[in-house]
Design a protein around this ligand. Structure first.
Ligand code: GDP
Length: 508
């Protein structure tokens, strides 16, 4: 059944490397194994890397030079908590609705576009206030935005997150436009707010600098057109340009699973013209654009540079905000790229896991040495001579002294080397309070004879690095004897320690 499942899974992923008795390549193995929810581990280290993978991870040819034209700026709003970011976003969004152009229902899709009504001028706002969207985009190598609107409450001035926002914009090399908010409040002091910005090297125009600063009231929608004009001016300065020709490039702003629609992503086009039916690749998923909607829930047929749209039709994983979106020539190419990316991320994970196991192995060794020391110390505490019987095949005669605590084992190991190593460690165990008796030891899986012996002597069978057949297991169960399996020496020692501890008289 498993094999059929693996084959079906590979088939679904378009891996056609399945020819009878031909070994699968590492990528296919990784895919098959993880599709079954197993963790891949390569005995000889992580899987080999695909050659020239960087080309294969990119679904489209390099863009052709084509005439560029102005595109709207993408703006994000930042500032201290409660200084009015959300209110300002709402006011900007509502300015469209108030203009009567739309039905009044806006959806939160991660971004919205405001038409300023002059010569088709538009501004795109990211509508997750604060750092969240911006920083997750930045973290994934996207620029985040063209302009940061820094909101500073006129009655509160510069605060901790105001400073953080300034640093953020600076590190991303994104210009600021300051919005001094809440000027309607009786205790508003815009001059104080502007002066305190000086301390952080933000010099507003009113104080002789070159940072635009608009005084607004988000609550009363006062002076918002001036803010929008400032954004357009800033955009002109930055000469933001793009082309609507060629293959589409975009950035994911938000992604979610919507009931009844499935996986949807809001993206902002950065180049080209997005249309229904376009094949896209983003992160570890691909999509044939099924529907496109704007922030008013209206279906749109095309999306131009800087325009945000919500796109449905995604397959595989859900893309993450900040993921680069690229148009692929064909579905086949898109699938191939996604498969390669998935296996690459699995490879990277396998590499990390491999390093972690190496660390774990080192830790295991340390624990093993500590346990060995524990047994030695324990022996010294009771200070007596070696009591354990380490003579091959020496049988324990019917017990002479039933009151004396003891623990008996029958030891079976895979090879001579481990047998010797374990015996050596056990020989260091010395105690009169509880004796360890090795009833028998041998290389090879436990046999029916061992079970009889165990039953006779009350010993536990310790099997090291050995398979136990079902038949033996059933026999052991029927005889009420215990078989413990180990494949790490220190675990065996630890189990032994626990058994002995439980038999020791309680210490004061
Ligand atoms: P955010 O945490 O930065 O998103 O701040 P909010 O937009 O949630 O605003 C915090 C509080 O300030 C809310 O009670 C708003 O009503 C209020 N507020 C926001 N803008 C203004 C404004 O221009 N004037 C006044 N008086 N209050 C405002």
């Amino acid at each position: 059944d498993d094999v059929v499942e693996i084959l079906e899974n590979l088939d679904k992923r378009n891996v056609n490397a399945i020819v009878n008795e031909t070994p699968l390549d590492d990528n296919s193995i990784l895919m098959a194994v993880s599709a079954l929810n197993f963790k891949p581990r390569f005995i000889n280290g992580p899987a080999r890397k695909a050659e020239k993978e960087d080309d294969d991870l990119h679904p489209q040819p390099p863009p052709q030079e084509s005439a560029k034209s102005k595109r709207p700026p993408i703006v994000t709003i930042m500032g201290h908590v409660d200084h009015g970011k959300t209110t300002l976003l709402d006011a900007l969004r509502n300015s469209q609705i108030a203009a009567g152009e739309f039905g009044g229902i806006t959806q939160h899709i991660g971004a919205f576009s405001v038409d300023l009504g002059k010569k088709g001028q538009k501004v795109t706002f990211l509508d997750t206030p604060g750092h969240a969207a911006f920083s997750s985009m930045r973290a994934r190598g996207a620029k985040g935005a063209d302009i940061v609107v820094l909101v500073v409450a006129a009655d509160d001035g510069v605060k901790e997150q105001t400073v953080q926002s300034i640093q953020f914009a600076r590190s991303a090399n994104v210009p600021l436009v300051v919005a001094v908010n809440k000027i309607d409040k009786p205790n508003a002091d815009p001059m104080r707010a502007m002066r305190s910005l000086l301390e952080h090297d933000v010099v507003v125009e009113q104080l002789g600098g070159d940072v635009q600063c608009i005084h607004v009231s988000a609550l009363q929608s006062r002076n918002l057109p001036a803010l929008q004009d400032a954004l357009i001016l800033q955009a002109d300065l930055a000469e933001l340009k793009s082309t609507k020709d060629g293959k589409v490039e975009a950035v994911i702003v938000e992604s979610s699973v919507v009931h009844g629609i499935g996986k949807v992503c809001t993206l902002i086009v950065s180049r080209g013209t997005l249309k229904k039916g376009c094949v896209l690749v983003a992160g570890n998923s691909w999509c044939r654009v099924k529907t496109m909607q704007d922030e008013h829930g209206k279906n749109v047929t095309i999306a131009l540079p800087s325009q945000p749209v919500r796109v449905s039709g995604w397959r595989d994983d859900l893309p993450t905000p900040g993921d680069l979106v690229l148009e692929a020539e064909t579905v086949d190419r898109a699938q191939k790229v996604v498969n390669l990316r998935i296996s690459k991320s699995m490879q990277e994970k396998a590499e990390r896991d491999w390093e972690e196991t190496a660390e774990q192995r080192e830790k295991d060794r340390e624990t093993y040495l500590k346990n060995r020391q524990f047994l030695l110390n324990r022996g010294q505490r009771f200070g007596s001579t070696l009591r354990c019987v380490v003579h091959k095949n020496q049988r324990i005669e019917k017990d002479q002294d039933d009151t004396h605590p003891k623990f008996r084992i029958i030891l079976r190991t895979d090879v001579e080397g481990t047998l010797e190593a374990i015996l050596e460690i056990l020989s260091t165990y010395k105690s009169e309070m509880c004796s360890l008796q090795i009833v028998d030891f041998e290389v090879g899986s436990p046999t029916e004879k061992d079970i009889e012996l165990a039953k006779e002597t009350g010993a536990t069978i310790y099997a090291f690095n050995l398979p136990i057949s079902n038949q033996i297991r059933q026999k052991a169960e029927a005889s009420g004897c215990q078989i413990d399996q180990f494949n790490v020496i220190y675990r065996l020692v630890e189990a032994l320690k626990t058994e002995i501890e439980s038999r020791l008289p309680k210490l004061e």
